[in-house]
Design a protein around this ligand. Structure first.
Ligand code: GCB
Length: 592
């Protein structure tokens, strides 16, 4: 009974800590930080013993009598960042809690606040510093931070994180996905030091619909009264100062003469935001993105999104990608393909990806893992999805590359789902008025022998309609596409956000033989014939750049736990279809 009470008290305490999760610190890569990456001692805890046994205390037996049934320092290490599944063979299929511990030393400084920042941890995380709970976080692909100013010690410290990737019906994503459930501290862990009053977040972007006016806001944390905030863009001759209100927020709007960011000219400006003793630099591009009828307009001109969809899976070594080098390889292939656009599925990718996309001139579709049939009627699930959406937007709202926030992928058409997604669309619009809202939909109606119609009521709440269709793979034959006509219930731009076919690299046969490179290449050819005839088409992102691990792809000798629809294999070998799409994109580029 005592134990039960203890647990109840503990959960409600942790619950209240979660509600108080401090707002995200913007632009962690350009702050004063110390990396906590590297080996962390890890205890695999399949029966969830650790919470009851208080692993977070990192205890040692004090004498020969005391019973302590765990020991971080005699446990194996896991590398951070990194998922555990790809680091140890015996953890490949593991789903459950793993307890991580990192010892580090710290030198305390006057007038300095300290935060611990997690780039992402999949899926549910509880964090403790020196045995004290900091809080918890749900969601596997977005960052979170805790203030540790009061808990951190001068000298030796230890940080413990329990990361649990158990799938749950009510979670986002839910129990069923077509990608590997890589668990762990999958992105960088950082200690950030900031002044007592500091620049917690800001947005410096072109005003909605304007190419010569900047609009935005700065939010200070810990400010006592109205304070001065200065925005400088030296290369554009801009220096503007504003006063914050009582809540530490300054909103602004001022004229600016800027070279605009575009795929052909990915111009980034050095922007600094300063206030009191805090100053932070960022590299920001300025562009507008809008729709007009069925067109997408970048900087006021129609643009066709020559894209590819991709998972954040590491080429060659496998596992969750996390490094700048991984990003370089993946986005480098997209460039080689002739893309000006990438669909980063099905969850927010690391900040390395969106920052590199900024520099490379790739437009980005960024998505939350509201995938397939989640628990639509559950208010906690909605709150969770909203929180992941908020964290995605909070991290990347200064990235010129990001033009589309996607709220979901292939969700079934029913009233509870549409109401749920409508709320997400409204929340996204409210948090960011400058980008477009989309979703990948796949529910289509037969509107005649060779006509399909997308009538999904969700379309009403979106700016851009995403359509996933697998004609020639999950139904029909590739050549059926030649005759297929498409109708859309709204006068809005359409992105064919997925089509594709699977084959292992190097498997050859006739064009009508499944699981061959020839079949995949022929399907791409027929799809291109069809897509050219869709007047509302404003872009495409075929499925998928690289083969990726999936627990649902079991065909021995062909899939072996890989979804093989990649245009390149997991080892980077280019399949024939890569060159079919490349040719099409090169031809399009020359006519644009
Ligand atoms: C889809 C999903 C994607 C799958 C893909 C497939 O429609 O959006 O996550 O991996 O199809 O290969 O079946």
């Amino acid at each position: 009974m005592r134990r039960l009470i203890l647990l109840v008290v503990m959960f409600s305490w942790l619950g209240s800590l979660a509600a108080n999760l401090p707002a995200l610190i913007q632009n962690i890569p350009n702050r004063a930080t110390t990396s906590l990456d590297g080996p962390w001692q890890a205890i695999i805890d399949p029966y969830e013993t650790g919470l009851n046994a208080r692993f977070y205390l990192n205890a040692k037996a004090k004498d020969k009598h005391e019973l302590v049934e765990y020991d971080f320092d005699r446990s194996d290490a896991l590398n951070v960042p990194g998922d555990w599944n790809s680091q140890k063979k015996e953890l490949f299929f593991y789903e459950g809690p793993v307890w991580y511990k990192k010892s580090f030393s710290y030198h305390k400084r006057e007038h300095t606040r300290v935060f611990v920042y997690f780039g992402a941890a999949n899926y549910f995380t509880r964090v403790y510093l020196n045995g004290q709970a900091l809080g918890e976080h749900e969601g596997g692909f977005t960052p979170f931070n805790f203030e540790v100013t009061g808990q951190i010690r001068d000298g030796d410290n230890f940080l413990v994180a329990e990361v649990n990737n158990t799938r749950r019906r009510d979670a986002v994503p839910t129990v069923n996905t077509d990608w590997w459930n890589y668990g762990g501290l999958t992105r960088d862990v950082t200690l950030a030091e900031v002044p007592e009053s500091f620049i917690q977040d800001y947005t410096v972007q072109l005003a909605r619909g304007s190419s010569n006016e900047i609009a935005g806001w700065v939010q200070l944390s810990g400010s006592t009264s109205a304070q001065k905030v200065t925005i400088e863009i030296p290369e554009a001759g801009i220096k503007q100062s504003f006063a914050t209100d009582a809540t530490g927020r300054a909103e602004f709007r001022f004229p600016a003469k800027l070279e605009l960011w575009s795929p052909n000219h990915p111009r980034l400006y050095d922007v600094s935001v300063s206030s009191g003793s805090d100053k932070v630099h960022d590299a920001i591009g300025f562009r507008t993105i809008e729709t007009r009828g069925t067109q997408i307009l970048l900087n006021g001109k129609p643009i066709f999104l020559r894209g590819i969809a991709m998972h954040e899976e590491a080429p060659v070594r496998g596992g969750r990608a996390f490094s700048p080098e991984d990003a370089q390889t993946l986005l480098g292939w997209a460039k080689e393909l002739g893309c000006n656009f990438v669909r980063l599925t099905h969850y927010p990718h690391s900040e390395n990806m969106t920052r590199l996309a900024d520099r490379m001139g790739l437009m980005v579709w960024s998505e939350i893992p509201v995938y397939w049939d989640i628990d639509w009627e559950n208010p906690a699930t909605l709150q969770n999805a909203e929180n992941q959406l908020r964290e995605m937007i909070a991290r990347d709202h200064n990235r010129a590359s990001v033009i589309l926030w996607s709220i979901s992928n292939e969700t079934p058409v029913k009233p509870a789902r549409t109401a749920f997604l409508r709320q997400l669309a409204e929340a996204a619009r409210q948090q960011d008025s400058t980008r477009l809202i989309t979703s990948a939909m796949n529910h289509v109606d037969e509107a005649g022998p060779d006509t399909r119609a997308l009538n999904d009521p969700l379309g009403e709440y979106l700016d851009v309609l995403g359509l996933n269709e697998y004609l020639g793979w999950y139904g029909g034959r590739p050549e059926d596409a030649d005759r297929m006509q498409w109708k859309f219930a709204w006068d809005k731009p359409v992105i064919v956000s997925e089509f594709g076919a699977g084959t292992p690299y190097g498997r050859h046969g006739d064009a009508d033989e499944r699981w061959t490179e020839e079949y995949q290449a022929s399907l791409y050819q027929h799809q291109i014939t069809m897509l050219k005839k869709i007047p509302a088409l404003a872009g495409m992102s075929p499925w998928v750049l690289m083969d990726f691990h999936s627990p649902r792809r079991l065909l021995p000798g062909t899939q072996d736990y890989f979804n093989r629809k990649g245009l390149v294999s997991n080892l980077g070998q280019h399949k024939q279809a890569f060159y079919v799409l490349q040719k099409f994109y090169q031809e399009m580029d020359s006519v644009q």
